[in-house]
Design a protein around this ligand. Structure first.
Ligand code: NI
Length: 162
């Protein structure tokens, strides 16, 4: 299992670099990330969260298969926005409502180096947008109003100090 980096580790604020070669090492990283995500009972995990600053993330939402996204690009997002309670393996036991586009079209490569396009909605769209943010150093708490974020972070500090 890989070690998950938690907030406020500054690496979570870094921008991840594109993967140059989708080789066996990247395929192994993807598999380790899927295992780590399952172990942590998460539904998404980005490379930066295991200390690897590559543009790669994995997802596994209910009624879907585990998916690997390498060098993902947003093709389109729907103007329609939905609100949902989000969490993050890097900010354990901390949840808040975040508005995001209800649907997203994304292009990426899988761990076998195959390009694919995916039209996602519902929870998968949300996870994809959340994980894409990680690749740019953005966390879901960044979307909260200051007062709400401060309150949540005080609660998080108590969780962390247990
Ligand atoms: Ni996260």
């Amino acid at each position: 299992m890989l070690k998950i980096v938690t907030h406020p580790d500054p690496i979570l604020r870094e921008t991840s670099a594109p993967v140059k070669d989708i080789d066996g090492q990247i395929a192994q990283l993807a598999q380790d990330m899927v295992d780590t995500m399952h172990y942590g009972q998460g539904i998404g995990l980005a490379g930066v969260q295991v200390g690897r600053l590559y543009r790669i993330f994995v997802t596994h939402v209910t009624n879907d298969k585990p998916r690997v996204f390498i060098n993902p690009q947003i093709v389109e997002t729907t103007p329609e926005v939905t609100e949902y309670e989000e969490g993050c393996l890097s900010i354990p036991e901390t949840y808040a409502s975040v508005d995001r586009s209800a649907g997203v079209k994304v292009q990426a490569w899988n761990e076998r180096g195959r390009s694919f396009n995916l039209d996602a909605d519902g929870l998968l769209a949300r996870v994809i947008l959340h994980e894409l943010d990680h690749l740019n150093g953005v966390l879901f708490i960044d979307y909260l109003k200051e007062r709400k974020r401060k309150r949540l972070m005080r609660q998080y500090e108590r969780v962390q100090s247990r």
